[in-house]
Design a protein around this ligand. Structure first.
Ligand code: FPP
Length: 253
């Protein structure tokens, strides 16, 4: 439905820098719902709707890899009914929105401790990846039952096995080898991580991969995070001086 006065989305990148790889922590669903005297589940539902909008906007801006934090390894500690509602929403989401993601050319992949999830969720992940595998405009990587520390732990275990089997010596272990043993070694590290709702922490999201990510936040709660905020994030990102531990290329500083 067209909303009167809504600004036209142009995806004009003048003055912006669009990251090839972007991470988004979808935070603030609960507060969004509370402000409207709604149950938290309504906030998660609005958040899921907004994920579809983010995919469209990112795809049209030219982002190639969008990694979103949908459920962490710590989120199991939430009340049972909230966990249950999030799982149900997850199943419903891919069934309902896959045709739209298909129209947008979006490939879906899941990252995290997927093997430990209930069978029906594993099946949703498997089907979602299979049916979207030939889409090329953008990859949506959904972090589900994901924890950055667990990902690093998993990589350590795999490398330790190679040592145990005599395939490599401990002194052969390199940073690259650790990167290669992360869940998604082919996905570039995120250049920018957006966390709406004003929180200034990573909360166990992409700990290894975010070593040199730029961080961006705003007070906007996730379900309200739209085109304008994304555009502003890309505008601010264009002004960041990314030094990667070296010296500034900007002669004035
Ligand atoms: C954090 O907000 C958000 C989550 C723990 C869940 C994120 C899930 C979605 C956006 C929807 C489900 C996604 C898919 C892929 C179907 P919070 O609840 O901690 O908010 P609060 O900090 O305001 O309480």
């Amino acid at each position: 439905m067209a909303i009167l006065g809504q600004k036209k989305k142009t995806y004009d990148t003048t003055g912006l820098k669009v990251p090839v790889s972007l991470g988004v922590i979808m935070d603030g669903n609960g507060r969004w719902a509370k402000k409207r005297l709604l149950p938290r589940s309504a906030g998660h539902r609005a958040g899921a709707e907004n994920l579809k909008e983010l995919c469209t906007n990112c795809g049209n801006y030219g982002v190639k890899y969008l990694t979103v934090y949908a459920f962490s390894t710590e989120n199991w500690s939430r009340p049972d009914d909230e966990v249950h509602q999030l799982m149900e929403l997850f199943v419903e989401f891919w069934e309902r929105y896959d045709p739209e993601l298909e129209k947008e050319g979006i490939r879906v992949r899941f990252t995290g401790d997927i093997d430990s999830l209930p069978d029906n969720i594993k099946e949703v992940c498997r089907r979602g990846e299979e049916r979207s595998k030939n889409r090329t405009k953008m990859q949506l990587i959904v972090a589900f039952n994901y924890g950055g520390r667990r990902e690093i732990e998993n990589a350590c275990r795999r490398i330790a096995m190679d040592v145990k089997e005599g395939k490599i010596a401990p002194e052969d272990i390199t940073e690259q080898m650790i990167s290669d043993n992360m869940y998604m070694p082919d996905v570039p590290d995120p250049e920018l991580i957006i966390r709406p709702s004003g929180e200034l922490r990573l909360s166990n999201f992409l700990l290894w991969e975010s070593a040199y990510s730029e961080l961006w936040t705003s007070e906007c709660l996730w379900p309200d995070f739209g085109y304008d905020e994304l555009t502003q994030a890309f505008r601010d990102f264009a002004g960041r001086d990314r030094r990667f531990g070296g010296l500034s290329k900007n002669k004035e500083s």
